[in-house]
Design a protein around this ligand. Structure first.
Ligand code: PLP
Length: 367
């Protein structure tokens, strides 16, 4: 046998690194934008009964009518638009890119942003252009419009609020991009439950707008369910790329049932927003930490030494995300997912301890 990965696999895949998920057993998990709360016992029992009676010997209904009806109601999606369901919104990003992967096509996004836009573009053999944000993480509109004129992107992805910076871009800038884009603009609202703005209500104004949402950050990350909303002409094309049974029967059943009790998740999102304000002010009170404003369930912060903070927290049993080195604008930045009140207190105490010890270490060296 003469085959080896190097002889068979495309060079851009060989050059990629796999999406790394650190082991989190026994850790306070503040790295992945999960909702830290569990569901009420009564609802958990309901889910148990549903699962027990589910016909797992049958393929799921690929059109998922009950779940789509529930999403329409809960998320106020009008009948003029179709819904595309995905195994997480990740899969929908891949489906849309794959469907538009003509020879030489370009995918574009302002950055730093969600890493999977680039990853799926590369996997599809497309060019990816990340247009740098301004230092305050707003869209550099002139820069973005001129990059759009130069590269004519098939799809522009805009994370709204943006991961990992946490801010909402200005609606004016978004409108200009939607108006001048030569192709689709996907507005990825993974963090919408924690934000004050949405473009869902703007669908009638822009025929090239695709709204992307997920139930992951809302509290159902383990189910893997994302949805895209757009004009039927777009959705019917994307549907051809989707694998027929991509959303399994348990996900369909459980998501429908939990969304029928949507108030539970909305209350949890509200609690997370309250905790976000508390964590932001605690971080802001630390002399050497700069937290950035967030409309999401995480806070980006600049610290004196991001790798040291990340490792110090890990040793104290707290997992966060170190973003240092990922993008020039993320120099010495870390991202804290909002946890429960108790978890956030642990985080702040540990952070204080790490930064104080560091202060001493630096003073020792100087002295
Ligand atoms: C987390 C995240 C997603 C992916 O969510 P899943 O539905 O869990 O695949 C998509 N976009 C952004 C911006 C995210 O942060």
């Amino acid at each position: 046998m003469n085959a080896s990965p190097e002889s068979l696999i495309r060079s851009e895949i060989l050059a990629m690194s796999a999406y790394a998920v650190p082991s989190s057993a026994g850790m306070v998990k503040l790295d992945a934008m999960e909702n830290p709360y569990t569901l009420p016992d009564s609802l958990r029992r309901e889910i148990g009964e549903l699962v027990a009676s589910c016909e797992i010997n049958r393929y799921p209904d690929p059109s998922a009518p009950a779940l789509k009806r529930r999403l329409r109601m809960e998320m106020k999606i009008s009948d003029e638009y179709d819904i595309l369901l995905g195994n997480g919104s990740d899969e929908l990003i891949q489906i849309m890119i794959q469907a538009c992967a003509r020879q030489g096509a370009t995918i574009m996004a302002p950055g730093p942003t969600f890493a999977m836009y680039r990853q799926y573009a590369v996997i599809a053999g497309l060019d990816y252009v990340g247009v740098p944000l301004a230092p305050d993480f707003s869209i550099d509109l002139d820069g973005f419009l001129s990059a759009m004129r130069q590269y004519r992107p098939a799809i522009v992805f805009i994370s709204y609020p943006n991961n990992p910076t946490g801010n909402l871009f200005s609606a004016d800038a978004m409108e200009r991009i939607l108006t001048e884009a030569p192709g689709l603009v996907v507005v990825d609202e993974a963090y919408q439950p924690f934000a004050d703005g949405t473009f869902m209500t703007r669908l009638p104004e822009f025929q090239n707008l695709v709204m992307l949402r997920t139930v992951s950050k809302l509290g159902l990350a383990g189910l893997r369910l994302g949805y895209a909303v757009a004009l039927p002409d777009w959705v019917s094309q994307f549907n051809k790329v989707r694998s027929p049974y991509n959303v399994n029967v348990l996900t369909q059943l459980i998501a429908e049932r939990v969304l029928a009790h949507g108030g539970v998740l909305r209350e949890q999102a509200l609690a997370i927003r309250v905790e976000r304000a508390k964590l932001a002010s605690a971080l802001g009170s630390m002399s050497d930490v700069i937290p950035f404003p967030s409309e999401a369930n995480f806070i980006l912060a600049r610290v004196p030494d991001a790798p040291l903070v990340h490792e110090g927290l890990r040793q104290r049993g707290i997992l966060i995300k170190n973003l240092h080195g990922m993008h020039p604008l993320l120099d010495q930045c870390v991202r804290f997912t909002i946890g429960t009140p108790a978890e956030n207190v642990l985080l702040i105490e540990a952070l204080r301890a790490i930064l104080n010890t560091r202060g001493v270490a630096v003073a020792d060296r100087v002295g």
